[in-house]
Design a protein around this ligand. Structure first.
Ligand code: HEC
Length: 130
């Protein structure tokens, strides 16, 4: 019985992780691929209209001694804290996600949804590291 419960638990964790991976990928294709490219290599169709280079997102671990800089990436994507809040080419996703969720989920609920959306995105970016 215990084995069955453990097995079911493991399966639901694996399915949950797969669902989160898929959600992150879908979110990426909708919100990010236009600039960063479907492969994350930085050659999305909008990138040619920007007057600066859109960075590739597949070498973030390599540029950080082989360790994926999870928190840095989270903060860059969120964009609500630090210097990026004062302008930059990257949209401030934390603001966008929370503004659209606030009506449905209230202020605190919107914050949970926003951080969840950013977390699955960052997990997805981690999964495409070379
Ligand atoms: C309008 C084009 C555009 C879109 C859409 C966009 N980005 Fe960016 N992104 C940029 C540009 C340009 C930079 C580099 C300059 C800057 O940070 O403003 C950048 C930088 C980044 C960086 C930092 C990379 C590094 O080398 O440190 C990350 C991480 C990132 N983007 C993730 C995302 C994610 C995730 C999404 C989707 C939610 C997204 N971007 C959507 C244009 C875009």
């Amino acid at each position: 019985m215990r084995r069955l419960v453990t097995g079911a638990l493991a399966l639901s964790v694996i399915c949950g992780a797969a669902a989160a991976q898929e959600a992150g990928k879908q979110e990426y294709m909708v919100a990010c691929a236009g600039c960063h490219g479907e492969s994350g290599m930085g050659q999305g169709p909008f990138s040619e209209w920007l007057n600066l280079d859109v960075p590739s997102l597949t070498g973030l671990s390599a540029a950080n001694d082989g360790v994926f800089p999870y928190l840095d990436v989270f903060m860059v994507v969120d964009g609500r804290s630090g210097v990026r809040g004062h302008g930059g080419a990257m949209p401030i996703w934390g603001e966008r996600f929370s503004t659209t969720a606030r009506e449905e989920f209230g202020y605190f609920g919107a914050e949970v949804v926003t951080r969840g959306r950013i977390a699955v995105l960052v997990d997805y970016i981690e999964s495409i590291q070379e």
